[in-house]
Design a protein around this ligand. Structure first.
Ligand code: MSP
Length: 515
């Protein structure tokens, strides 16, 4: 089944930092794992370029909003390449393919009665571009929960999306799709807020102009969040047939909708878990399968914020690349990150310790030991195993099942644990069977061959499962094990026991140097 995974689209008034790198890396690991499994994957990311924040940042710099957007979107695209991220498309909300389609959706919402003209009185959080009702603003002490700055009083005539009309359908939807929002703690928050009752939301603005004009009433621009959410379907070509909502709604790539995963940070969950599904209901489109809202990286125990200047920014990240390598960065992001309900603390020492204890001591050391012994005792050729793997084929197949299940659940920690567990078992097996002693007794040659053949084959299989996390290093391992041609095959074949035929050259490899 075709699968689609998306990141949020990032605001162009900011420079890329660890937060953007994190979400995109999580999606990249998943996309690579799915491709490895032979699935047809579409991995989408991009930039969110409209709205008052971009307009203001541009004005402060004395450039047009479009110029600012162009510059920063190019920077985001450059960074994706530096990080080796494998996205299939990059959507920018100022592209005609997006703008034209957003107008078509909004027109459709207007025609179907889901959008109407009304008057708003309440409170506005400028930094977040979010409106609050009186009750909510009071609860927040009239201050932005994000920036702490005072909320502004706002009265505006706006077009509204009739969100309240979807209360029941959303409740039913959540009841019949219990795992829709992950992790569960986040889903409970959404359900709690849903129970408080939904109010209609303004979806246009008149106090600035940097946005997509509202079709038929162009003094209004479409609210940046409504504009942005639609990226997930405009990138797939939805509504591309000149706004004709009949027949095959997707001009291209329609097979990728609904998305398997929208991966986001927890601060934008409401938009994705409630407003987006309601918009899709109003347009009679299928729901995404899952919203995964991860938590936040914090730095040395403190919230990262622009005002504190403690964001792990691009130059800092590039420092880690230089010292430990790109794959080590990916490993830390994927296995130590805030994927579930708690925040994760980014600490240089913890990064270093994880690198040493997992990548140097296990992922690097185990293949190095095995290939070195094959070099020493079998002239660098895969020995023949008279025991046909012994207990190892079953162990490997259990690990492969656990890996695949974890990938389905976007549980990257468990997905990394499966091959790591195998490598640790191989290490323990070597310590227990002591092939370096067995080698001293010529009458035990067959036993030695079996031990090392079993280790080498298990290392190869673990390497396959580690590829989505460590693509460059595992390509090195693959080459060392004479497996270049394997790269094109699906995991179902590559994870089978016994691909390393006796006599296959196995070169010694050193993957992760001690730092
Ligand atoms: N443009 C909106 C999203 C629109 S999606 C239809 C937006 N952009 S953003 O540039 O602010 O990016 C927010 C995302 O960056 C978060 O959802 C999260 O994915 C990531 N992160 C930002 N700071 C983060 C951390 N400190 N830690 C982890 N990820 C965080 O919101």
């Amino acid at each position: 089944m075709p699968a689609c995974i998306t990141t949020p689209i990032y605001y162009v008034n900011d420079r890329p930092h660890i937060g953007h790198a994190y979400t995109t890396t999580v999606c990249d690991v998943w996309a690579r794992a799915m491709r490895l499994r032979g699935e047809d994957v579409f991995f989408l990311t991009g930039t969110d370029e409209h709205g008052v924040k971009v307009e203001k940042s541009a004005a402060a710099k004395g450039v047009t909003p479009q110029a600012l957007a162009d510059e920063n979107a190019a920077e985001f695209q450059r960074v994706l390449k530096v990080f080796g991220l494998s996205n299939d498309d990059f959507i920018r909300t100022t592209e005609p393919r997006h703008e034209k389609q957003v107008q078509a959706f909004v027109k459709r919402l207007l025609e179907s009665g889901s959008v109407y003209l009304g008057t708003f009185e309440g409170w506005y959080d400028e930094g977040q571009e979010e409106y609050y009702t009186e009750t909510k603003a009071k609860e927040l002490d009239y201050k932005s929960p994000i920036s702490g700055r005072p909320l502004a009083r706002a009265t505006e005539q706006n077009y509204y999306f009739r969100l309240s009309a979807f209360q029941q359908r959303l409740e039913q939807f959540f009841a019949s799709n219990p795992g829709f929002v992950q992790p569960t703690a986040r889903q409970n928050e959404v359900l709690g807020r849903l129970r408080e009752g939904l109010q209609d939301v303004p979806i246009t603005r008149t106090n600035f102009t940097w946005g997509i004009p509202f079709p038929g009433d162009e003094k209004h621009v479409i609210y940046v969040w409504i504009d942005a959410l639609f990226n997930y379907v405009t990138a797939l070509g939805y509504g591309d047939r000149d706004g004709a909502f009949t027949g095959d709604l997707f001009a291209r790539r329609g097979k990728y909708w609904p998305a398997q995963y929208h991966v986001i940070g927890k601060e934008i969950l409401w938009f994705h878990a409630v407003i987006w599904p309601a918009l899709l209901m109003a347009l009679e489109l299928p729901m995404p399968r899952r919203i995964h809202a991860h938590s936040f990286w914090i730095a040395d125990g403190q919230k990262m914020s622009k005002s504190m200047g403690n964001f792990v920014d691009l130059p800092t990240i590039e420092g880690y690349f230089a010292k430990y390598g790109l794959d080590a960065w990916r490993w830390y992001m994927a296995t130590q990150g805030p994927l579930q309900a708690s925040d994760a603390d980014f600490r240089a020492q913890h990064f270093h310790d994880t690198y040493t204890s997992e990548l140097v001591n296990v992922v690097g050391n185990c293949p190095s030991r095995v290939t070195a012994m094959v070099g020493k005792y079998f002239e660098g050729k895969m020995p023949a195993d008279a025991q046909q793997g012994g207990e190892w084929p079953a162990r490997c197949s259990a690990a492969a099942d656990a890996w695949a299940k974890a990938i389905d659940e976007l549980d990257l920690v468990a997905a990394a644990q499966a091959p790591m567990g195998l490598l640790r078992e191989v290490d323990a097996f070597i310590n227990r069977t002591e092939p370096f002693k067995v080698a001293k007794d010529p009458s035990r040659a067959a036993e030695l061959a079996s031990i090392l053949a079993q280790c080498a084959e298990t290392v190869r299989i673990a390497g396959v499962m580690l590829e989505p996390f460590l693509p460059a290093k595992m390509a090195e391992l693959r080459t060392a094990l004479s497996g270049e041609a394997d790269a094109a095959l699906p995991a179902s074949q590559r994870l089978q026991w016994g691909r390393l035929a006796p006599g296959t050259p196995l070169a010694k490899c050193a993957l992760f140097p001690r730092v």
